[in-house]
Design a protein around this ligand. Structure first.
Ligand SMILES: [Zn+2]
Length: 141
């Protein structure tokens, strides 16, 4: 994990900060009446588009979808398959200081499209997908 302040490339650090702000904005649309845990994600594509995602809960709890997968599915539905970074912001109420790590399912879904160096931006810094999921499931070796 790297703190945003530790990035030598100021342009990249600014881009990541802006993406995190997009995730914060997305979070306002989260539908989480059961847990109260609202999550927003912002997925930056290689061509500069940003796809937002939120968690969408359901009275039948297992049908809930995470913000990260919502963003990936929206992007793929829009014809995008090459991603630069994702920012994730989540927590209960107004508390978003604690990093909201993506769940295992979302890590696996990201690994379908993103390499081990793919940046995952959280409230406490930037992780790589390889740090978060070192041994993803792959059909081909
Ligand atoms: Zn998830």
């Amino acid at each position: 994990m790297k703190n945003l302040d530790s990035f030598h490339n100021e342009i990249m650090a600014a881009k990541f900060e802006a993406l995190y702000k997009e995730a914060e904005e997305a979070r306002k649309n989260a539908y989480a009446p059961y847990s109260g845990f609202q999550v927003g994600a912002a997925l930056l594509t290689d061509n500069g588009s940003i796809y937002r995602g939120v968690n969408v809960e359901n009275a039948s709890y297992p049908l809930t979808n995470c913000a990260e997968r919502s963003a990936v599915f929206a992007a793929v539905s829009g014809g995008e398959r090459h991603f630069t970074a994702i920012a994730i912001c989540g927590g209960k109420g107004t508390d978003t200081k604690v990093p909201c790590y993506p769940c295992g399912a979302c890590r696996q879904v990201l690994s379908e499209f993103c390499g081990k160096d793919f940046p995952v931006i959280l409230s406490d810094g930037v992780y790589t997908l390889g740090e978060l999921l070192p041994y993803s499931f792959q059909l081909e070796k």
